[in-house]
Design a protein around this ligand. Structure first.
Ligand code: GRG
Length: 334
């Protein structure tokens, strides 16, 4: 990926919103010193409900029922729906209709879910719990879990190509959206991050900050970037807008992972809906391990600020969902 992130300066930035005191309506301050009010609870609830409905409709239980049930089991098991909401928000920010972006939003959630199913397999992380329920292979067996992941991956691309409304989105933009997704999922994106992560775990030489950043920019940020970029592409954004939004997403993606690392050592399995303390148990390199808990939190605050800076050129009212989503990811508790 072309993105190069400057090493964390870790200058002691503190999060601006104390966890317990957060109201449902946020007063967001963007870097242009403009303040807007935004009801994030209603926004998230409405967008997540629309995504859940579209996902449900995308995977009917056809013959052979077993594979479709296995796909639906993980896809509809909950999840915060951060990636699809980012996709819809980016589309609307550049003036597009959410209808245009819904197939892309579903596609990123399908690929996210398939990556979780495969990640949980005995040959990878060997996990028993995901989204608060037993993992796919624990319910359906390994073979079906592999195939459910494969089928979700294929369906994701089918949805973007075949279900994006061609009366709203020109074919060239649909094609670009497919390419933007593919390039961030394969061996130059998600798969690259997973392979580098596996190589790093238990390696004789401990990985440094540069390699950790490479892992997370690919394993986690790449799909968030795909979500935002696809939303902006199908929404009709300019190349400059798409570029800025891509930078926003990379900051938010790295932020997402720093927060994930912190939650792994500060929360219980019940609170997370997945096995807590796994990173320590498997001797994984994480931000808390490399730079400590406090500096990890400071780095997260810095990434949050840098993400928001990318939105400075947009109308603050319209950018409110993406400004909020950066905070949502920074302050999430699971
Ligand atoms: C993509 C072809 C292909 C294969 C998958 C296994 C694998 C390759 C990649 C692993 C990717 C992985 C598990 C990344 C972790 C990303 C992450 C931080 C997950 C947690 O996301 P949340 O918190 O989860 O958004 P919910 O459940 O809320 O959706």
């Amino acid at each position: 990926m072309a993105f190069s992130f400057s090493p964390p300066s870790l200058t002691g930035l503190a999060p601006t919103l104390p966890r317990r005191a957060r109201p449902s309506r946020l007063r967001l301050v963007c870097s242009a010193s403009t303040a807007v009010s935004f009801d994030y609870k209603t926004y998230m609830a409405e967008k997540a409900a629309a995504v859940n409905k579209a996902l449900d409709e995308s995977v009917p239980v056809l013959f052979p029922e077993l594979i479709h049930e296995a796909m639906r089991y993980s896809l509809l098991a909950g999840g915060k729906r951060v990636r699809p909401v980012l996709c819809l928000a980016a589309c609307e920010l550049v003036g597009g209709s959410p209808v245009s972006a819904m197939p892309s939003a579903c596609a990123v959630e399908m690929i996210h879910t398939m990556s979780l199913i495969h990640d949980d397999l005995p040959c990878m992380d060997n996990d028993d719990l995901r989204r608060g329920v037993p993992t796919n292979h624990r319910v359906y067996g390994e073979s079906i879990a592999v195939l459910a992941g494969d089928a979700l991956l294929a369906l994701a691309f089918e949805r973007v190509a075949a279900a994006t409304p061609s009366d709203l989105v020109p074919a060239a933009r649909i094609l670009r959206a497919v390419a933007e997704l593919a390039s961030r999922v394969g061996s130059r994106g998600l798969v690259a991050g997973q392979v580098a992560d596996m190589a790093a775990t238990g390696a004789a030489e401990p990985v440094g900050l540069d390699r950790l950043e490479y892992i997370h920019l690919n394993k986690t940020a790449a799909l968030l970037e795909a979500a935002v970029v696809m939303g902006a592409v199908v929404g009709g954004g300019s190349d400059e807008q798409i570029e800025r939004l891509g930078r926003y997403a990379r900051c938010v993606g790295l932020l997402f992972q720093v927060v994930d690392d912190v939650l792994d050592v500060t929360k219980s399995s019940e609170e997370l809906g997945k096995t807590a303390g796994k990173d320590l148990a498997t001797d994984k390199t994480t931000y808390p391990k490399l730079i400590g808990l406090e500096r990890s939190r400071e780095f997260a605050a810095q990434l949050n600020r840098e993400a928001k800076e990318q939105l400075a050129g947009f109308d603050p009212e319209k950018a409110a969902p993406l400004l909020f989503l950066a905070d949502y990811i920074a302050f999430r508790q699971n």
